[in-house]
Design a protein around this ligand. Structure first.
Ligand SMILES: NC(=O)c1ccc[n+]([C@@H]2O[C@H](COP(=O)([O-])OP(=O)(O)OC[C@H]3O[C@@H](n4cnc5c(N)ncnc54)[C@H](OP(=O)(O)O)[C@@H]3O)[C@@H](O)[C@H]2O)c1
Length: 216
């Protein structure tokens, strides 16, 4: 038994979700991969467990995963963000939803326009769900490479700092630093910063640009 919260990653069959699942599961957290299709979730969980060398990650359909978890993380493809949030509204009530969405289009991203994806999610879900924005600047490729320690900082937004505090504990549990930077409206800047990171990679021969905060 563990006193760590169970984390469901909704849309966890994709790149970012798989990376986060690996980081948390390898640090002793119970992780559930969610998908629109149970079989896809089970297959993704099996593949990740093979990488980890232990049977630890489970797979479920998104609604069941959301209900089972203590904390949910949303990593569906950005174009499906609103529809996915709307569809999971009932299953998420009473819980924290960590929204990783960065609405930028490849290969030439432009900064997204307000409101932030996390603010849209909060408006859809209502007060019964506490949305926290995080991970927009953390590349999936870096998360998935378990041989390399993560040297990135995660900027975290939430309307209530105590919700961000809970998520920042999880982020530290996955091996990253975390900083609270304000309410969900601030998250639009963090989404836009992801576009900057894409151009940093493109023009500077960098592979997984992310951010590190300095200062006394
Ligand atoms: N990739 C990165 O490096 C990165 C970094 C920072 C933030 N993010 C953010 O993380 C999120 C996921 O990015 P990703 O690169 O991991 O995406 P992805 O691999 O392309 O897709 C993630 C998952 O989205 C689900 N999905 C696709 N269409 C859907 C729909 N119509 N409704 C509901 N779910 C749908 C799929 O899961 P099922 O088919 O199993 O349901 C898919 O496995 C995005 O919001 C992105 O902005 C990504």
């Amino acid at each position: 038994m563990t006193n760590k919260p169970t984390i469901a990653i909704l849309g966890g069959t994709g790149h970012e979700g798989a990376g986060l699942a690996l980081r948390w599961a390898s640090n002793g957290y119970e992780v559930i991969i969610g998908s629109r299709k149970e079989e896809k979730a089970l297959n993704a969980a099996r593949e990740l467990n093979q990488i980890l060398g232990k049977e630890t990650i489970r797979g479920m359909e998104n609604p069941a995963a959301a209900r089972e978890a203590d904390i949910n993380v949303l990593t569906v493809v950005a174009t499906a963000h609103e529809a996915a949030v709307t569809g999971l509204k009932d299953d998420l009530q009473g819980k924290i939803l960590v929204d990783a969405t960065a609405r930028i289009k490849f290969p030439n991203p432009k900064p997204p326009v307000p409101p932030a994806a996390a603010r849209i999610a909060q408006d859809i879900l209502g007060e019964g769900v506490r949305v926290v924005a995080a991970f927009q600047n953390i590349p999936a490729s870096a998360l998935k490479n378990l041989e390399k320690e993560l040297d990135s900082d995660v900027l975290v937004c939430a309307d209530h700092q105590e919700d961000a505090d809970q998520v920042m504990e999880l982020i530290r549990g996955a091996g990253m630093n975390a900083y609270y930077v304000g309410d969900l409206d601030i998250a639009i800047t963090i989404e836009g910063l992801t576009a900057v990171l894409v151009y940093l990679n493109k023009y500077n021969d960098i592979k997984h640009a992310s951010i590190k905060i300095v200062g006394d």
